[in-house]
Each structure stands twice: as structure tokens, then as C-alpha cells.
Ligand binder design. Sequence first.
Ligand SMILES: *[C@@H]1O[C@H](CO)[C@@H](O)[C@H](O)[C@H]1NC(C)=O
Ligand SMILES: *[C@@H]1O[C@H](CO)[C@@H](O)[C@H](O)[C@H]1NC(C)=O
Ligand SMILES: *[C@@H]1O[C@H](CO)[C@@H](O)[C@H](O)[C@H]1NC(C)=O
Length: 894
Amino acid sequence: MQPIRFQGAPLLLCSIFTSFRYTMAMEVTQILLNAQSVDSTVRKHSEETLKQFQEQNLPGFLLSLSGELANEEKPVDSRKLAGLILKNALDAKEQHRKFELVQRWLSLDMAVKAQIKTCLLQTLSSPVPDAHSTASQVIAKVAGIELPQKQWPELIGSLLSNIHQVPAHVKQATLETLGYLCEEVSPEVVDQDQVNKILTAVVQGMNAEEGNNDVRLAATRALYNALSFAQANFNNDMERDFIMRVVCEATQSPEVKIRQAAFECLVSISSTYYEKLAPYIQDIFNVTAKAVKEDVEPVALQAIEFWSSICDEEIDILEDFGGDFTADSDVPCYYFIKQALPALVPMLLETLLKQEEDQDQDEGAWNLAMAGGTCLGLVARTVGDEIVPLVMPFIQENISKPDWRQREAATYAFGSILEGPSPDKLTPLVNVALNFMLTALTKDPNSHVKDTTAWTLGRIFEFLHGSTVETPIITPANCQLIITVLLQAMKDAPNVAEKSCGALYFLAQGYEDMGASSPLTPYFQEIMQVLLTVTHREDAGESRLRTAAYETLNEVVRCSTDETAPMVLQLTPIIMTELHQTLEGQKLSSDEREKQSELQGLLCGCLQVIIQKLGASEPTKLVFMQYADQIMNLFLRVFACRNATVHEEAMLAIGALAYATGANFAKYMPEFYKYLEMGLQNFEEYQVCAVTVGVVGDVCRALEDKILPYCDGIMTQLLKDLSSNQLHRSVKPPIFSCLGDIALAIGENFEKYLMYAMPMLQSAAELSAHTSGADDEMVEYTNLLRNGILEAYSGIFQGFKNSPKTQLLIPYAPHILQFLDSIYMEKDMDDVVMKTAIGVLGDLADTLGSNAGSLIQQSLSSKEFLNECLSSDDHLIKESAEWAKLAITRAISV
Ligand SMILES: *[C@@H]1O[C@H](CO)[C@@H](O)[C@H](O)[C@H]1NC(C)=O
Ligand SMILES: *[C@@H]1O[C@H](CO)[C@@H](O)[C@H](O)[C@H]1NC(C)=O
Ligand SMILES: *[C@@H]1O[C@H](CO)[C@@H](O)[C@H](O)[C@H]1NC(C)=O
């Protein structure tokens, strides 16, 4: 075998027994083999040895692993594991761990790193597939760390220097490395010259005339990752033509995996380079149509995905600009879907007939028929009314055919096009179809057909229920029949029952805000009974049935009117009893424990909705309060049967209970407090932490200054959370808002926390003031953060209002005004931040009055920002601004 020479790579030979200053590499083969032993004692022992080696001598450890990976004389299993351990030493899922590993690598001795990299590059020419493919991944990880630091500048050049002369397997490994590398680093790290070289190598690798299938596949996959680097190349007509031609040709490869990868490239191109597609769309239609018709499923699915992706693009463009391409929108709509419609719709309808025999049983299954139906739904949303005449003949001809596949496909087609076209267009059709559907749900012998029929009914209720057309779809005359059929279908097979629950969910939702009386009232009792019966079905664990039944029960309760409040009240002890029963279990296996916890979640969720419903009006709240002690007791027991972690749904339900009980909630605090604290400490399940932070807010509003005895503990924990870099960043904005809730609840008692909270708010404010260069996601997060910070300030000012201690806040005013000015000048705040920000200006003026008069007058916010808000179209911003103006006038005039 001819060794590959890497231009620019250090001329260090990679050998395992190299002694390297203080670093001794060591023979790790046997340990690595033992780590994969079936004997758990042997395995544990060797894992321990590896751990010790790593802890005692990291450079030596990494050198040994890279030496092992590179050594052709070693067994493939030890080489592969060596590579995997190396990879895991460079990257981790959790953000803070990843950061640590990156820092650790960067701080290693340069010479050690150089030798490891030499070994890795050398391994690319290994004839052993597992070895070179693992090396590719490790190289990409190192590149992901080093290229952004401007280290390893010669990497891409050395990978590509002699790619034309090397044997096929080396070419394959090199292309794989380039692919992984493009996945790891962001485009701005690689200069255009190098991008050009990568694309040249990749496109040549895909070229059918040379190389073998492994090379072509590696190249096609590499292109997929390299596409986001190719902005400049896609702007050049010739280069773009060339890339597109090569990709389209690859969709015709005799090799399935290459065809699939090529269509994946097309899908990616459709979203990244939508505006460049016009010259190719006819060709692409031809290749996708052929794949959908003839190819194997994984390829056909990608071909459909291309059109779904085009729909997504056009839906976005049309939503943003209402269809009018104006000078300030970046990308016009090319109406590809509209143009392809006459050919596209028949192609998709045909896929609907390719159902699988047992598709409803297998949750999460995805097949051609489902992909086709989903795409048809997107097409309907893209073109609206135009799709209807193209689909109706298929539905009319096939919906009553003897073959279940035809009936199911026709029903699915109908359900798919219900979102998009206008109610005027759809309502007459639905009025004709509704009775047919209800009969099918009762009588069709096939469960797939019933399943899809129930789903379609749900879509009818979801999209056309409330539409104000002359002939409403649901009338007093057919309402009873609809409910009877749906409740009957809930006794059917789990998948049919689940979809029927879904249909009832949307039916109930359509009657939200009905005022005093809902058409569902006469059936309310029966609906609750049937849904509870469904939750008790032996097979309720299949097809998500139990969950669907509870979700529907919750929605029925949520949308109910005062008339049915007594029945909701009767439901309360029933759900409480069920929750109680989950707490009576004996010792549970871990599997049973998980099921128990899930059921407790559903029951707590249901109680939360009941509490919110009954707590919303005084008469029902009064009656409901008889249950409060018992319910709280149940929630505490749910917490107690968990170990060290807090149940999220129980926490949410407690928030609702606090809101409903108000100051009386104080009596639960001594027992509840420890779970509150536990929730705030839960960094790992950060959603639990976030939910708990929200509940602290609810409890503050309920207890007001009665929360004071618990504030030291809560504040300590919140401040710890804020200064931790382990807590998921999404929890930080709500924590800031929560500081505002606390300040508002305890007023001037917040004094003792000012010296801790204010510096933290100030430094977060400084960090969030500027977003230049951030991506959309970061801008969105920054706005959340700003809003949290502003809510904290607002709570603090309002809390101190009319207190003799307001002067304590004066030192902070200059900074806060500066913060408002700087986010105003940044011009990237969203409406929510704008409203909160102008509100804070008002709060500051209102609380500090003349003490801050001159400061306020000097600030930009009190002039331009205020004026901008005063003339806002958003009435909430305007209202907030008018109030701020008033407060400022008062502060200045005194
Ligand atoms: C696409 O296919 C149609 C029918 O097979 C053919 O007439 C047409 O020329 C093809 N278009 C392109 C651009 O290949
Ligand atoms: C009905 O379905 C069949 C396939 O079973 C299809 O060939 C036919 O074109 C469909 N009818 C219409 C009008 O689309
Ligand atoms: C948590 O579980 C461990 C064993 O799994 C047990 O020893 C401990 O007492 C439990 N703690 C609580 C608070 O239930």
C-alpha cells in the first residue's frame, strides 16, 4: 500500500512507543479489547484503567489512542474504540462539558497535538474501513476546535493536495473527512479559496466517470454538508449549473444510497438556494416524479420531501409578504408549486394508495402514503382554492370503492386539503361529505379507513368549525349525531378511538367562548363519562389513547360554560380518587414506576385545568375550595414518591392552585417549600426548573408579603441559578422576571436583596444590550433576556413605590436609563420588549419622581423612544407609553 503524503504536515512519524518529553505513550491494545469484553468484571476493570490513565497523563493517553488508531498491525476493534474515545475527548452533548473539552484540547502541548494530528491523517490511508472512517470523524472534531482559532491552517490543503493520485479508499476517507469537517465548522471559518477546492474535489468525486461507488457516495454526502459553504458558487451561473447537473445526475445512479444522498442534497438546496432554482425546476420535477413512481421507499421519500420543502419556502414567503413581492423582501415567490400543480397533485395522489397493511399500529412510522398526504396538505396551504378541483375527482371516484386502499386514500386526500382553501370553497363540499364520513366512521369494515375518517372529521372541526359562512357545518340538527358517532367510535380499536378523541377535542374547542350556553351542554355528562371509560380501557396504552382521552377531557372542561360547572365540580373528586390510587401502589419495578409517573402527570394535568376553570369565577371557586386541602395533599404525595426530582405537572397544578386560593395558600408553604427548592435546584431537567420558577411567580402573586419568610431561601437559589453556567440558558429570562414578582410581592422588604440582585441585573443588561452579528435565534433569545431584566426592574420600582426607601433605588437609575437608551438605539427589540421597556421608564419616573427628573430629561428614551411608542400601532405599547408620558410629566414638573 502506498502511504499518502500530506503536504505541510509535520514530518513526525507516527509510532506508538514514541516517548515525548514528559509524555509516555503506552500500549493500550489489550485494555481496549478488554473494555469490550462480555465479562463485566474484565470490562469494568479496564474502563477503570483507562480512566486512571486519562486522569494521570492526558497527553500520553491521547497519544496512545491516536497511535493505536493509526497502527495497521492492531486489531480493528481496539483501533475503532481508540478512535471513539478520542472523539469523545473532544466533544460532548452538554454545552458546558463541550466547552471544557475544547479548552482542554487548546491547552495541550502543541507538539503533542501535532503528533496526534499526524497519526489521524495517516489513518485516513488505512485500508480498514472502520479505522479510516473513525479517523475522519476525529479529524473533523479537531478541526471544529482549531479552525475557528486559526490553528491547523494547512489541514484542508493537505487533505486535498494529492487527492487525485491516491487509491480509492483513501479518496473515500478524505471526502468523508471533508463532509464531517463542513458539518463541524461554520462557513465563515473557511475562506472562499478553500471552499472552491473542497467543492471541486467533492464534485469530481461525484462524477460518474471516475472512482467507485464508495467514493461517489462519500462525495455526495460531503456535498450535502458543504452546500451551506457554497453561497458564492451558487451566485455564479456556470458553477451553479455544474453543481446542479452533477446532483441531478447522481439521482440517476444505479446505487440506492447515492440516489438517496443526491435527493437529500436537492432537499437542502431547495431551502438554502430556493431563489436559484427556476432554471432547474422542470428537470427536478422529472427526476422526483420518476423516483416517486419507481424507486425504493427511502429514495421516493426524499423526492417527496423536496416538494414539501419548496412548499415550506413558499408558505413562508407568501405569509411574510402577502404574495406581493416588494423591494424590501429578500426573496420573491417563484410560484413553483402553482406551476407544477397539474402534474404534482396526481403524483401525490398516487402515493396515497401505497399504504402499509399495519401502518396504524406502528407509532411514529413513516411511509410513502403519509409523506404524500403531508405534502398534499402543504400544497393546499401554498395554493389554496386551486387545489380543490384537482383533488375532488379522485375523492369522488374512490371514496366508496370496494378496495379499502382506495377508500382510505380518498378520505386522506380530503382531510389533507382542509387547511388552505377558503371556507367558501370547502364548506359546500364538507356539508355534502359530513354524513358520508359519519356513516363511514360507524360502518366501514376497515379500521384504516375509520382511523383516517376520524382524523378527517377532526380536521373539519379544526379548520371549518367557527367559519362564518351562510351554511354552518355543525347545526343543532347534526350536532347530536356527530357526538353520538364520535363517542361510539371511542369504543373501537385504539387507533380509531384515539383519532375520535382528537375530533371531539376540536369540536369542543370550536365552542370556546360561547358565553353562557354551549351546544355541547346537553351531552356534557355523557362525554365526560365516555372519556373516563376510555382512560380505563385495558388497551389505553396503545396508540397514545389514554393521553388523547385526557387531553380531550381537559379541552372539554376548559371550553365549558357556567352551565356545566356543577358537572366539572363532580369530576373533581373522581380525578382525585384516581390520583390517590396511583399513590397506593406497592414496590414498583422501574418500568411500572415510569408508567405510574406518566399517569400521575395526566391526572395532575387534568386537575390543573379543573382548578383553573372552577377558580375563574367566584361562586364555583367557593364550592371548589372544599377540596383544596385534599388536592394539595395529593400533590405533595406525588412529589414524595419521586426521588430527588420534582414532578413537572404536579408543580404546574400547584401554581394553578396558588392562583386560585390566594393568600390562603400560605398554610401549604411549610410543607411545599422543600419541593419548590428542589425544583429550583434541578439543573439537569431544566424544564422542571423553568416550571418551578413560574410557580414561584404564581405563589408570589398569591401570598404577597406572606411569602417573606421563604424569600431568603428562594432568592439564594435564584441567584445561584443565574450565576451557574450549567443551567440551560432558556431558564434565565424567567428567573429575572421572577425577581420582579418577588419584589412586587414584598415591596420595600426587597431592600436586603438589592445589593445582590442589582449588579446581576446590570451585568446581564450590559450583555444583552448589543446583538450585532448575532443570528436570528440569538436575537430572539436576547429579546427574551431583555424582557426578563426589564420585568425585574419594573417589579422592583413598583414594589418600592410610596415607600420611604425609594431613595435606595436612585443610584441605579442612571444605568437603567442607559440600558433603555442602548436597546432603543440597537433597533432590534421586539414588540414585547418595547412595551416592557417603555413601562420601566414609566415605573422609574413614577417611583423616583422628581429625584430622577433631570436624569430622565437627559435620556434619549424620554424623547425619541417615547414618541416612537406613542405613535405605535400596537395598542399595548401605546397604552404603556401614554402612562409613561404621564408619569414623566409629573416627575419633571414637581
Ligand atoms: C421532463 O419529462 C417530460 C416527459 O417525460 C419531457 O417531455 C420533458 O422534456 C422533460 N423535461 C426536461 C427538462 O427534461
Ligand atoms: C381512483 O383511484 C385509482 C387507483 O386505484 C386511480 O387510478 C384513479 O385515477 C382514481 N380516480 C380518479 C378520478 O382520480
Ligand atoms: C431515594 O432513593 C434511594 C435509593 O434509590 C433511597 O436510599 C433514598 O432514601 C431515597 N430518598 C428519598 C428522599 O426518597
